[in-house]
Design a protein around this ligand. Sequence first.
Ligand code: SAM
Length: 339
Amino acid sequence: MVRDTLSRPLGSLRISVTDRCNLRCRYCMPEQDYVWLPKESILTFEEIARLARVFASLGARKIRLTGGEPLLRHDLPTLVAMLSALDLSDLAMTTNGLLLAKHADALHRAGLRRVTVSLDTLRPERMRERARSDRHADVLAGIAAARAAGFARVKLNTVVIRGVNDDELGDLIECARGQGAEVRFIEYMDVGGATGWTTEQVVSQREMLERLAERYGPILTVAGDDPSAPAERFRLPDGTTFGIIASTTAPFCRSCDRSRLTADGTWFLCLYAERGVDLREPLRSGASDEELRHVITQAWTARTDRGAEERLSVAQRGALYKIDALRADPRREMHTRGG
Ligand code: SAM
């Protein structure tokens, strides 16, 4: 297993299959238009699968498909089938759910085993206002279709923002329970497209737990989960579980085994990294698997990144990037490097 300078293994890879999205969430992709990755630079399914195989051979056997919106990539089940033939320990996808009802069956049949759906609110009017979409019902239908297709452990991702949806924590837990799903509350992060980010809008893990304890009573930590998983899990008195990803107030860089591959084959070793490693160039200029393994191993063994922890020490913290900086290098966007 390949380890970095802090002894963190190369354990999981998030693959962004497209930088396009059909939502315009204010905390991620607030602009109408973007500088998109050139079409010819987008990796083919064969190229993605080859890189995934090379990564898996170095220990990255947990793969998550993301984007942008991964279901906008035409014929995604074909890529899923190619990836599920590899020696992986986990193959998952994060989606906004708009197109999930249509594709859930085919994805499950192709070998996808876990799906996470982003659901920030139970109120359609809030989704209309915050993500510029009238398709709230499609997201709920997507969650139900995933369960019906056989996805056993559907997760819901909710980015919690003060004054926006922080009054819905309990209701989202109830909704998830009703759907046989589990919700993960994500602290609002200052990454990529979050150009309007302020500390005041962040609802910390501690505050979320205090608020939920007021409604439900004492909350216990769930012990024994994978220590490299981003979410810490909790249990309500009635046994219902949920998770919190405290990446802003209590980052978990020390156990971070995640890296990210953009749709154009740029590999980022940290969500906050300024630059990535170009894997498309060697891939397309005939590098052997052994040569690709060498490039990846060299970069990972030199990895020192602790991006989220370093952000903690920034005085008067604001958004990481302004829109001009994002336009100058679209790979800085969350939707390009993959959330
Ligand atoms: N389109 C898919 C979706 O909506 O799930 C996948 C890509 S999206 C970038 C992946 C995840 O990143 C989503 O759950 C989204 O809510 C989260 N995300 C995006 N911007 C964020 C931010 N500023 N803070 C915290 N989470 C964020």
